[in-house]
Design a protein around this ligand. Sequence first.
Ligand code: PLP
Length: 438
Amino acid sequence: EHAAMNPEEIERLLAFDREHVWHPYGPMPGAVDNHPVVAAEGVRLVLADGRTLIDGMSSWWAAVHGYRHPVLDAAVADQIGRMSHVMFGGLTHPPAVRLASLLVDLTPEPLTKVFFADSGSVSVEVAIKMALQYQRALGRPERHRLFTVRGGYHGDTFADMSVCDPVNGMHHLFTGVLPRQIFASPPPGGYADEPDPAYLDELASLAARHSGEIAAIIAEPVVQGAGGMRFYSPAYLRALRDLADEHGVPLILDEIATGFGRSGTFWGADHAGVVPDIMCVGKALTGGYLTMAATLCTSEIARVISEGEGGGLMHGPTFMANPLAASVACASLELLTGRDGRGRDWRAEVSAISAVLEDGLAETRGLPGVRDTRVLGAIGVIETVEPVDVPAIQKITMSHGVWLRPFRNLIYTMPPYVCTPDEVARITEAMVAAARSL
Ligand code: PLP
């Protein structure tokens, strides 16, 4: 029913795409063909040639309800009938206020103030600005550096890149021109491993050494996502919380990837019982429908910033609090939490997916090309010994009817929560086939 394209149309589209359209982290002209997709429905992508693929990526971890969800479609359609967008300077609107109220409700109690950003990267940028403006307003402008752990990923803007890994990571090209931040080693071991006392000492002594210049501590809770799909001990997150308290600086948690149930708890920080002072959410916020993220902070941080120089937070994007995005985000959160009365239960969905991932991926442990296989919540990861040939792996998974996008030495899935056990098993079969090919 979805107009598949004929081979000539597909070739024309691909030729122009290759020659003129940048893709993420890609060269220009493109080095490989991207796969044209013409529709998406449920958990499946419909390709231009008519094939369908289970989306094991949830569109970069966002489409937790799958595609064309009737409730989400209706939320967008209803809002289009009112207004698609209005500026947020001097105006406000019901979808933004409703979404802010849901976020204040769903996040830990001290987080009461909501800044709407237009992407995850921008929400981290805003969090960093909050920390810097906060310190400045307290009369401590020398506290302008971020303390973090290597191996994280927080986005692609300049401030974001500076807290990822400017030396070993994907942004090393910018080493030398980024703000110089303070880095501890990557958290050692896995989620369930005993915390390493030597590492806890390293965190503490590094923070002590730089105490007077730290503006805030920033980290992804428990899962370092795009930086390497590492799961680390909740004890390290508690240690970061303690350090933030000890040094009197805010703890910023980037829940963009982990938020909304992905790691098995509603917030990644719930694994550790930790509450941040500033928190970033994005990706699944709108169920993957539209681009929107948010930065939340405590009343105290908001007060200090607002009473400081400038009298407010120095940020205000054109598309801030876009009403379509806010409406679909409200619908998505209501669906996710069962507040719309439809009885969905993210916890049951994620734990069912987790069990199938555990089961299905177990046989990859010990394969010659596999270094580690790990599962946390609805995240399944095969870490390979060597970097993978991405197109070759994708060819295998696509022949199993599954879309994945491996990177470096990681073949992983973050499926939509609405995947059935059979669909998740299809994904693990594709991953096993990929791992066996190594
Ligand atoms: N922070 C984390 C933890 C992420 O995983 C990402 C995206 O992968 C970002 C920030 C950046 O978000 P966006 O791609 O929406 O700018």
